[in-house]
Design a binder for this molecule. Structure first.
Ligand code: ATP
Ligand code: MG
Length: 137
């Protein structure tokens, strides 16, 4: 059993896609063990995406991620990190497979609807970034 961090990004929240994304998670047997709705400050978004600091899309990414509320969740299941990334699809929705969350819900490579941790190490760091141990069930 493994945990991963999921974010429903501001464009998906604005378009009322929270419910349909949750349904996809349930269908995939990714169980929700923590969840909150928050709006990131600039400092929080920069810290979360620290690995991308200096890249050409960094400012756009931080601007987007602070533009409205997001839903942050911890998902638990077999191979949760890899499994959730399969369900999300490629970063760029034009490269995402049909039926993935990004194929169906992303607007473009920046506003790509969802985030999922890219390794178990990232997942540990990202979960701790948003949740105290007592908030993960
Ligand atoms: P995430 O980390 O959000 O799950 P990812 O792991 O598929 O996505 P990363 O390479 O970690 O992709 O990039 C983080 C985020 O930065 C992407 O989800 C996207 O919103 C944005 N991003 C990445 N590459 C680009 C790009 N070339 N142009 C614009 N935005 C980008
Ligand atoms: Mg990433």
């Amino acid at each position: 059993i493994e945990q991963t961090l999921s974010i429903i990004k501001p464009n998906a929240v604005k378009k009322n896609l929270i419910g349909i994304i949750e349904t996809r998670l349930v269908q995939a047997k990714l169980n929700i063990v923590a969840m909150k709705m928050v709006q990131l400050t600039r400092a929080q978004a920069e810290g979360f995406y620290a690995e991308h600091q200096g890249k050409p899309f960094f400012e756009r990414l931080v601007g987007f991620m602070t533009s409205g509320p997001i839903v942050v969740q911890v998902l638990e299941g077999d191979n949760a990190v890899t499994h959730y990334r399969e369900i999300m699809g490629a970063t760029d929705p034009e490269k995402a497979l049909a039926g993935t969350l990004r194929y169906d819900f992303a607007d473009n490579v920046t506003e790509n609807a969802v985030h999922g941790s890219d390794s178990t190490e990232s997942a540990q760091r990202e979960i701790a970034y948003f949740f105290a141990d007592s908030e993960v069930f």
